[in-house]
Design a protein around this ligand. Sequence first.
Ligand SMILES: O=C(O)COP(=O)(O)O
Length: 225
Amino acid sequence: MGYKAVIFDLDGTLLDTLDDLAESGNRVLAAQGMPTHPREAYCYFVGDGLEMLIRRIVPEDRRDEETIRRLIQEFREVYSRNWNVLSRPYPGVDDMLEELRRLGLSLAVLSNKPDDFTRHCVQELLGNHSFVSVLGHRPGVPRKPAPDGALEIAETMGLTPADILYLGDTATDMETALRAGMTPVGALWGFRTADELRQSGAAHLVSHPGEVVELVRDKTASVQD
Ligand SMILES: O=C(O)COP(=O)(O)O
């Protein structure tokens, strides 16, 4: 059988959220008198959830639990007012989602972004597409690379993991897919390098969203041959 579903990572895969995340992070740091970071550095701070983002941007000698907790709260406040200034779907994402639906695939989003922000971003920026599940990071559920969220989506869809292609832009995503038994595909337009994606187990690398549709078509065709 060909693929029956695709699970997408959010930040760096469906949505280019880097500017708004970097701006919010730097505002929080500046308000504390802490040094800020160049926008590109956030490519490596984002991807493992909000708590990790804060731990990575705060100076090493200020990473006590009380400071981390307070800055998480402050980031949530700043980001909730600034998350959609520049964040947009990457070029080609809308067409890819439409085409995959037309081919009959089920679609879902799995992010390490807090669950409320994840739902909000998908509703506002990808609201004309229909997803079977949209899951962000929820307290009590281990975040990616733990396979829990990916397996929960497979169960909701009534599919086995082998039926599912997983598209993401970081090593965390590739590892999640492998641990869940899904096919890991690396998106090269996101926050990390081809080397990182290859080394973490990407079965395929794609440099444009349209190539995901081709992968799905190719697999269906090769099964029918
Ligand atoms: O860590 C984040 O906030 C972003 O998470 P994502 O890349 O899993 O969407």
